[in-house]
Design a protein around this ligand. Structure first.
Ligand SMILES: *[C@@H]1O[C@H](CO)[C@@H](O)[C@H](O)[C@H]1NC(C)=O
Ligand SMILES: *[C@@H]1O[C@H](CO)[C@@H](O)[C@H](O)[C@H]1NC(C)=O
Ligand SMILES: *[C@@H]1O[C@H](CO)[C@@H](O)[C@H](O)[C@H]1NC(C)=O
Length: 319
C-alpha cells in the first residue's frame, strides 16, 4: 500500500514538473560582471535570485529578486572613471561617490538612450543618452530610443502588455528577447515588447503617430519594421493602416478587413526579421496599428523596433 502511494506521489511530482516547464524556454543567463548571481526557485514563489558584488564593488539595485516578472538589471560599480564630457544640451550629474552618472533634459527636450550609467572602476558601463528637441521626428522613422517613442502609443489598458524595454535596465528570465535590433547590445538600445500577463486577455493595439497624407502621394510607399516573433503560442500579429479620424476600436470592430495589411502568424524564428507593408495613396492623414488579441498565454516573444518609411518609384520594395 505504502509503495503504491509513493509511486503515485512521484507520478504527481513528475506531472507538476512537466507543467511548470517553460514552454518556449531559452533561459538567458543573468550576468553580473564583478559579482555573483545565485539562483534558486520554488514552485509558488517563482525565482529567487541573489546578487552580490566582489569586494571593492558596490551593488546598484536590490540584492534580491523574487518572482517571475520583469526584473531591473543590477550592476557592480566602483569609482575611478573620468568625468563624462559636458553636452551642449542637457545636464549630467555625477554622484559624489563616483559610481553613477545621470543625464537630465530640459523641458522642451526628450531623452534618447540611457538615462543612467555606472562606473566599473575604469570605464562607464553604458553610453549615456542625449537630449533631443521634442518635435524633431522629421522623417517619421523611430528606433524607440526616444522616451516619447516618437509619438507611438499603446491603446489604454490595465494591465498594459505593450512595453518599451531598455536593454541596459530591463531583464526578464523567460524572455529570449533581451536585445534591441538597432544596437544588439546588452547595455544599449530600446525596443517594444509585448509582455504576456495572466489577465491580459483583451485586444491590444500599438498605434503610430499621425502621418501626413502627402507622404503617400507621387510614389509607392512602404512601411518597414523589424519584428521578433518567437515561441509556439505567439499566434497572430495584425498590422493595419487606418485614416487618422477613425477610432482604433471602430477600425478593429467594423473595418478590420479593409484596414488589415498583413497578418504575421506564429513562430518566425528567434531573431529579428525585416517586414514591410505597402501603403496605397491615402485620402487623408493616416496611422499604422499593430494589434494582438489575448496575449494572456503567450509563451514567447513579440518585439518591434526600427520602424520607417521607404519611398520607391517602382511598385516593388527596393531597400
Ligand atoms: C570595465 O569596462 C571596460 C570596458 O568595457 C573593460 O575593458 C574593463 O575590463 C572593465 N573592468 C572591470 C573591472 O570590469
Ligand atoms: C506634407 O504635409 C505636411 C503637413 O501636413 C507639411 O508640413 C509638409 O511640408 C508636406 N510635405 C510635402 C512634401 O508636401
Ligand atoms: C490568424 O490569422 C490567420 C490568417 O493569417 C487566420 O486564418 C486565423 O483565423 C487567425 N487566428 C486567429 C486566432 O485570429
Amino acid at each position: 500500500m505504502a509503495l503504491v502511494s509513493v509511486g503515485v506521489l512521484w507520478a504527481l511530482i513528475f506531472m507538476i514538473y512537466i507543467v511548470i516547464q517553460p514552454i518556449a524556454s531559452c533561459d538567458p543567463d543573468i550576468l553580473l560582471p564583478n559579482g555573483q548571481v545565485t539562483e534558486s526557485s520554488s514552485w509558488f514563489l517563482g525565482d529567487s535570485i541573489k546578487f552580490e558584488c566582489n569586494r571593492g564593488f558596490s551593488l546598484q539595485g536590490k540584492s534580491w529578486h523574487l518572482g517571475n516578472g520583469n526584473m531591473k538589471k543590477r550592476y557592480c560599480a566602483k569609482a575611478g572613471c573620468n568625468d563624462i564630457e559636458k553636452r551642449a544640451i542637457g545636464t549630467i550629474f555625477t554622484a559624489t561617490d563616483g559610481l553613477k552618472a545621470e543625464i537630465e533634459c530640459d523641458e522642451e527636450f526628450v531623452l534618447s538612450g540611457n538615462s543612467v550609467t555606472y562606473c566599473n572602476g575604469t570605464k562607464w558601463i553604458m553610453k549615456l543618452g542625449t537630449c533631443q528637441l521634442a518635435s524633431s521626428a522629421v522623417d517619421h522613422s523611430c528606433d524607440f530610443e526616444r522616451e516619447d517613442m516618437c509619438g507611438w502609443r499603446a491603446s489604454k489598458a490595465i494591465p498594459q502588455p505593450w512595453k518599451r524595454i531598455s536593454a541596459a535596465a530591463d531583464f526578464r528570465k523567460d524572455k529570449c528577447l533581451q536585445q534591441d535590433h538597432t544596437f544588439q547590445s546588452d547595455v544599449e538600445g530600446h525596443f517594444i515588447r509585448l509582455q504576456s500577463q495572466v489577465h491580459a486577455s483583451r485586444t491590444y493595439h500599438f498605434i503610430s503617430p499621425i502621418y501626413p497624407r502627402n507622404l503617400t502621394v507621387g510614389h509607392s510607399l512602404w512601411f518597414q519594421f523589424q519584428l521578433f516573433m518567437f515561441g509556439p503560442e505567439v499566434r497572430n500579429l495584425t498590422i493595419s493602416v487606418k485614416p487618422s479620424s477613425m477610432a482604433v476600436e471602430d477600425m478593429w470592430n467594423s473595418f478590420r478587413d479593409i484596414c488589415t495589411k498583413l497578418i504575421v502568424s506564429g513562430d518566425q524564428g528567434s531573431n529579428w526579421k525585416s517586414q514591410s507593408i505597402a501603403i496605397d495613396e491615402m485620402d487623408s492623414d493616416f496611422q499604422v496599428v499593430f494589434t494582438v488579441v489575448d496575449p494572456s498565454s503567450l509563451h514567447g516573444d513579440i518585439g518591434i523596433d526600427d520602424v520607417k518609411f521607404i519611398k520607391s518609384e517602382t511598385t516593388e520594395p527596393h531597400f
